[in-house]
Design a protein around this ligand. Structure first.
Ligand code: SF4
Length: 252
């Protein structure tokens, strides 16, 4: 299957296969140290930013790919205002959906994708509702979601973590991924998708949904506020002592 820009590559087989080797104790300690330092800076526990049901969270997540939060939030509200429920969105003409979400990146791709995802859920589940995922393990729920074209590791984890399901899943976005790579939690060649199971395995298996959410949020916030894509502010970073990239930059 070809990959559309702005969408994660779907692969249920890959979702099942992604068992990383057990992390070393040193790497686990480092992941915890990073978590504690960043939680001190960004004040864990971090309040949840959404209280959407899981299907709404999924649509919100599909809209948000490569799109600013404000624009995807506006598009989500526009969809909710234009149609009374997701059944009506599924039945709506694609071009009307595209016009309604025109503020996001690639509305011409996201409109048919949203309809296809809704239809796939109805086909597999018999109705447009994802609340049943709460009865599954995190791994099974993610595998179920990732069997749908267009849903990858980041989206499946976001649905479980950010929605009212509040399940212990760890999403990794581009900011989170950048900080993890620069601090050496993951290798330079590890992409966002494959980084999910690696980063999750470095954290305690019994961590709560809130603790994993905090971990994602603080690494993401650090990427947005300090570890910028261009010119990271290493001189004021609480992770400098732990970060080979920052130490190399400071010696230049
Ligand atoms: S020391 Fe620099 S490169 Fe390392 S995490 Fe901090 S800001 Fe990013």
């Amino acid at each position: 299957m070809s990959m559309l820009p702005g969408f994660e590559t779907p692969s249920p087989r890959r979702a099942r296969r992604a068992e990383p080797p057990a992390p070393s104790e040193a790497l686990r300690d480092k992941a915890l140290d990073i978590h504690r330092r960043l939680c001190g800076v960004y004040h864990c526990p971090i309040p949840y930013f959404h209280s959407l049901d899981p299907l709404s969270e999924l649509i919100s997540s599909l809209l948000s790919h490569r799109t600013r939060n404000a624009d995807s939030g506006r598009a989500f509200k526009a969809l909710r205002a234009r149609w009374p429920d997701w059944e009506a969105v599924e039945a709506a003409p694609t071009e009307e959906i595209e016009a309604t979400i025109r503020g996001v990146t690639w509305p011409e791709l996201k409109a048919p994708r949203i309809k296809a995802v809704l239809s796939a859920i109805r086909e597999r589940q018999g109705s447009l509702n994802l609340d049943f995922l709460s009865d599954m393990s995190v791994e099974d729920a993610r595998t179920w979601l990732q069997a749908i074209p267009g849903i990858g590791p980041k989206t499946s984890a976001a649905v479980l973590s950010f929605s009212t399901l509040r399940m212990p899943a760890l999403p990794v976005d581009s900011h989170h991924h950048r900080v993890a790579q620069r601090t050496g939690l993951i290798g330079k060649s590890v992409d966002v998708g494959p980084s999910h199971p690696i980063l999750r395995a470095q954290l305690p298996a019994d961590w709560s949904a809130q603790a994993l959410y905090d971990n994602h949020e603080v690494l993401m916030l650090h990427g947005q506020k300090v570890c910028f894509h261009h010119k990271p502010a290493c001189d004021r970073c609480v992770l400098l002592e732990l970060c080979p990239t920052g130490q190399a930059r400071m010696q230049r």
